[in-house]
Write a protein that binds this ligand. Structure first.
Ligand code: HPA
Length: 273
């Protein structure tokens, strides 16, 4: 057994002592988007700091605990707070929880994030289904000797975001009068927001929104054979020519505002699993 698989097993066994159920889905919630966990019933919480080999999160708006319980009757495991490369974690650390959730039994991973919009049709507070991504982050979570028991050396990335889940989400949104964009998420390392020239560049290369998370977790999920559904809340618009200073507070406020719509979509998708 490799060092990584040994760590995954230790963390999984620790969590399983508190909850015998096998979760069907994992949920990773972004900045200002932690309220979904209130929909989780009969839940137990485990602090990241108590789980062997788990990193500890450091950002405001990320509370740092694993929540296990039932959503729409389905056993789920949710991360309130995630790990970012800009905090100083390696990509192996950032993605470790995805490995552990897979070991716990999940088949599907749901991810939310706050993102900056580059598509001129986007407004603050809009929701975007991520249909594809561009990875501009400087370290790859799969770099190093491949662990064949975890996934293939050269994983296919032609469809990391489940088309079936995207179709189902669009139906849920239409039934509930929720307007959704679908687009390409550009993953960057942060922690600076982008310059105007960088937002413009990212739009030219095919990006609709940009953020500092999600891509590493999606890569590891694809490696592990998990189905993924991910959505961005557009919390700021980078490409405006007028004055547009972006602050973390503004990002959190816009995320809060859009959160109920996102919660409804995630919750309904989980019900349909
Ligand atoms: N850029 C990068 N990350 C972000 C942004 C942004 O504009 N908004 C929220 N997260």
């Amino acid at each position: 057994m490799s060092e990584l698989t040994a760590k995954i097993t230790t963390a999984k066994e620790y969590i399983s002592k508190f909850w015998e159920e096998e979760p069907v889905a994992g949920i990773i919630l972004g900045s200002g988007l932690g309220n979904l966990i209130q929909e989780i019933e009969r839940s137990i919480e485990i602090k990241y700091s108590d789980i062997p080999h788990f990193p500890e999160s450091t950002v405001e708006g990320h509370s740092g605990k694993l929540i296990l319980g039932y959503m729409q009757g389905k056993p789920v495991v949710a991360m309130a707070g995630r790990f970012h490369f800009y905090e100083g974690f390696s990509m192996k650390e950032v993605t470790f929880p995805v490995r552990v959730m897979k070991a716990l039994g999940i088949h599907t991973l749901f991810i939310s994030n706050a993102a900056g919009g580059m598509n001129p049709a986007f407004k603050v507070g809009d929701l975007m289904i991520i249909r594809d991504h561009i990875n501009l982050q400087p370290e790859h979570p799969l770099r190093g000797k491949n662990e064949d028991t975890l996934g293939p050396r050269f994983p296919d990335m032609s469809e990391p975001y489940s088309r079936a889940l995207i179709t189902a989400a669009n139906k849920i949104a239409a039934d509930n009068n929720i307007f959704l964009h679908s687009g390409v998420y550009v993953g960057v390392q942060g922690p600076t927001f982008e310059t105007r020239a960088e937002y413009k560049y990212m739009h030219i290369i095919g990006g609709d929104a940009v953020g500092m998370s999600t891509v590493p977790e999606v890569i590891v999920a694809a490696h592990a054979g998990l189905k993924v559904f991910a959505m961005s809340v557009i919390t700021d618009i980078g490409i405006r020519e007028e004055e547009n200073v972006i602050t973390h507070e503004e990002v959190l406020a816009a995320a809060k505002e859009a959160e109920p719509k996102l919660t409804l979509i995630f919750s309904e998708l989980i019900r349909q699993l």
